[in-house]
Design a protein around this ligand. Structure first.
Ligand code: NAD
Ligand code: ZN
Length: 350
């Protein structure tokens, strides 16, 4: 089978022809119909994240090993199952839950493998879906798609699920204001999820008017171009000078995070998701004085993916897939994402 692999960071991914794995035990072989191209794949390809004071946090120091087949948003159909697989059969359309944990740490025991102490996520710590087939370690990581289109459904596994977790963590009440920073793959999902599961007013901030227009189409109540004015003043203006009850920062870099903090209302919650990186100085007295909650969110748990797929089946959220690439065009896909040219998600259809 053909796979696209990162051999060395920052170098073009290489198309390789390797033996198609044979599933054993609980394993399932999925023919990949669609693999979403996430900004996290770009961070992997670049080899890490910008840390504080110009330090580069290498993914290799965090357990990632190259060569690696990336791709953690994988949807397709089952072609072969191991002898211990039950409840799934050949031909079924499935979405893969990629956030696989060790199975024994407290998070895994609580069903939150996404925050496992020793993660084994597909497309990050083991080979993922940038290929013709993907080997899923157990049928227990599959979610049935039924009539959902695999290309539209693939991004539910990361961009959808992460946005779902973040919106839940923002804990907004009816009529409160939730600000979403970044109208990319994740932010455009968050707008729809926020409208589907909360009664908050949703404002979204980006630097690209095309992405903001898409956010409006998907239901955002207010759009703010932070390249054209001060987003903190904008949000204060929307909220009688008080600030927003919740801010979800899908960029979370040295530029956006201080603004996210400064646009919070007293008792506000800031949910940090983006990995664009850098650092910010925290005004420490303000955190207790204004009773802020700052929290991180990392992808989501299996049960939430099942719930999210049900929401998608009801037509309440739709993935924005604006570009499709063949497997051997994978480098172009990553370059376009890097250049900010993708609205919503690009997918690879091997
Ligand atoms: P994307 O490239 O699709 O979208 C990024 C968006 O941010 C774009 O719309 C861009 O215009 C906007 N942007 C960039 N700089 C900005 C600024 N200064 N102000 C406002 N908007 C700005 O990326 P994505 O796939 O949505 O991922 C977003 C980030 O979240 C990435 O760093 C990714 O690695 C990370 N991520 C985190 C998790 C998690 O679980 N925590 C999961 C998936 C992705
Ligand atoms: Zn992702």
């Amino acid at each position: 089978m053909k796979v696209a692999r990162i051999i060395k960071t920052k170098e073009p991914l290489k198309i390789e022809d390797i033996a198609t794995p044979k599933p054993a035990g609980e394993q399932v072989l999925v023919k990949v119909e669609s693999a979403g191209v996430c900004h996290s794949d770009l961070h992997l390809w670049e080899g890490g994240y910008a840390g504080p004071q110009g330090v580069f946090m290498k993914v290799e120091d965090r357990g990632v090993k190259f060569p690696l087949t990336p791709g953690h948003e994988v949807a397709g159909s089952i072609v072969e199952v191991g002898d211990k697989v039950s409840g799934y059969k050949k031909g079924e359309k499935v979405l893969v839950y990629p956030w696989i944990g060790c199975g024994v740490c407290p998070a895994c025991k609580a069903g939150e493998e996404n925050v496992c102490d020793a993660p084994r996520s597909l497309g990050v710590y083991q080979d993922g879906g940038y290929g013709e087939y993907a080997l899923v370690p157990s049928y227990r990581y599959l979610v049935r798609l039924d009539n959902l289109d695999p290309s539209a459904a693939a991004s539910l596994a990361c961009s959808g699920l992460t946005a779902f977790t973040a919106v839940k963590k923002a804990q907004v009440k009816d009529g409160e204001t939730m600000v979403i920073i970044g109208a990319g793959g994740l932010g455009l999902m968050a707008v729809q999820i926020a409208k589907a599961i909360t009664k908050a007013r949703v404002a979204i901030v980006d630097i690209d008017d095309k992405k903001l227009a898409e956010a409006t189409r998907l239901g955002a109540d207010v759009v703010v171009n932070s390249g054209a004015g001060d987003p903190v003043q904008n949000v204060k203006g929307l909220t009688n000078g008080l600030g927003a009850e919740a801010v979800i920062d899908f960029v979370n870099n040295a530029k956006t995070a201080p603004n996210s903090f400064n646009m919070l209302r007293k008792r506000g919650r800031m949910v940090m998701v983006g990995l664009f990186g850098g650092s910010m100085e925290l005004n420490l007295p303000l955190i207790p004085l204004r009773a802020f909650t700052l929290t991180g969110a990392y992808t989501g748990k299996y049960a939430d993916l099942v719930e999210l797929v049900e929401i998608a089946k009801k037509g309440k959220i739709q993935s924005v897939v604006s570009r499709r690439f063949k497997l051997d065009e994978v480098n172009a896909a990553l370059e376009e994402l890097k250049g900010g040219k993708i609205i919503g998600r690009a997918v690879i259809n091997p």
